[in-house]
Ligand binder design. Structure first.
Ligand SMILES: [Zn+2]
Length: 61
C-alpha cells in the first residue's frame, strides 16, 4: 500500500511585508494579538509578528 505523498511546497518568502491589519476595536482578542505583535516587533521577531497578524486578520467578528 502506498499513500500519496502530499507535496508541501513552501510559499516563497515575500520581500515586502504586508501592511499590518488593524485590530477591531472593542475586541479583547484582537487587542491581545495587537499587543503581542508590538512585543514581537520590539524583539525583532518577524515570524511572531506575522503570526499575530494572521490571528488578527482571520479573527471572525
Ligand atoms: Zn477580534
Amino acid at each position: 500500500m502506498t499513500e500519496p505523498r502530499p507535496t508541501m511546497e513552501k510559499a516563497p518568502l515575500l520581500g515586502m511585508p504586508l501592511p499590518d491589519p488593524e485590530p477591531t476595536s472593542g475586541c479583547p482578542r484582537c487587542r491581545y494579538w495587537a499587543r503581542e505583535r508590538t512585543d514581537a516587533r520590539r524583539a525583532d521577531d518577524g515570524a511572531r509578528v506575522s503570526d499575530c497578524n494572521v490571528h488578527i486578520r482571520r479573527h471572525p467578528h
